[in-house]
Design a protein around this ligand. Sequence first.
Ligand SMILES: C[S@@+](CC[C@H](N)C(=O)[O-])C[C@H]1O[C@@H](n2cnc3c(N)ncnc32)[C@H](O)[C@@H]1O
Length: 221
Amino acid sequence: MTMKILDLYAGLGGTARGIQKILTERKIPFEYVAIEIDSNVATTHKKNNPQSKVVVADALKYLNQVDNFHFVWASPPCHTHSQWQMINKGRGIEIPKPDPTLWFLIREFRKLAINFVVENVRPYYKKPLDNSVKIGRHLFWSSYPIKSFQVKETLTRFNKMTIIDWKEFHELETIESTRYFKRQALRNVCHWSIAAGIFEQFLEPKILPITSFLKGVESES
Ligand SMILES: C[S@@+](CC[C@H](N)C(=O)[O-])C[C@H]1O[C@@H](n2cnc3c(N)ncnc32)[C@H](O)[C@@H]1O
């Protein structure tokens, strides 16, 4: 039985590394499909996670396929939600409206009753959608209860981190690009240990027996 995972907005692959690490340690056979719109990022994701099947595409085009997967992770772009937007307040720079894709995905996944995690950052505005869990600088919405845990912190302040600092922190390669975009791609990453901790909780038998999350196990075996 192969566990099928869909990683939407897959980026450089911190999430992929964490989830694949747990699956490998537990000897669970898996198929890992990673959807990323930027071909440069997608190429680097593949280098970082050779077991990912990387597809260069718009994640939203895959919404009609989420039901074919046992577990879906989505990390839609976070910059319009981020508290960093507040730096621009008072500089005469207009703060962009939060991209509603985040809320659309959460509502859609809940409606479809699939096994999912949606990741974003702590927002600059007051009330995010209900039932989120804060872990490190991230917020998570999920189809199962997630307990928060201590995360690895960066040694230097977030905005002082160099490309080398980020690469060491995430244990990932970054894209071939300008310094700005190399750093940006790394800043977007969800640390693999966070994804691993959250995915482990999904596999916890007391939350969800293994037989129930592997939908269709009988039909395939
Ligand atoms: C927050 S990052 C994902 C980080 C990833 N979870 C990780 O841990 O490495 C979001 C990624 O989504 C990609 N992206 C943006 N719009 C997209 C779209 N419509 N479809 C697919 N990917 C998209 C960006 O290029 C970026 O790499």
